[in-house]
Design a protein around this ligand. Structure first.
Ligand SMILES: [Zn+2]
Length: 120
């Protein structure tokens, strides 16, 4: 199927729904682990599970934020444009990563410098 903005948008909407669902599940698991954390023997495991849960939740939240940000660009007409240099992002790249914020060149530069997000 060839790349189209409609398709990218649809994928982003699907991704958003999926991430929201994941977040809800993580929150439910978090709530449950609070209720059952009184068992002494399980404390170490619970603490570990919670740490993993928190890390995972942060990751899902970050992804959700990226997807929301990409979706907002459809409204202001800047979707598919690199946030750093203003160049059009390669369609093949958007096909693989519809929420891409930077063109390949900029992304590579930021990954090299060790930061993923850039402030303007
Ligand atoms: Zn760029």
């Amino acid at each position: 199927m060839p790349f189209s903005y409609e398709r990218a948008k649809r994928e982003l909407l699907e991704e958003r729904a999926k991430l929201k669902q994941q977040l809800e599940q993580l929150e439910a698991a978090e709530y449950e682990s609070i209720g059952y954390s009184n068992h002494m023997a399980d404390d170490a495991t619970d603490a570990f599970d919670q740490a993993v849960g928190v890390a995972l939740k942060r990751k899902v939240e970050a992804s959700l934020e990226e997807v929301e940000r990409a979706l907002a660009k459809f409204d202001n007409g800047t979707y598919g444009i690199c946030e750093a240099c203003g160049a059009r992002i390669d369609r093949a790249r958007l096909e693989v990563l519809p929420q891409a914020m930077y063109c390949l060149d900029c992304q590579a530069r930021y990954e090299q410098s060790g930061t993923r997000t850039v402030s303007h």
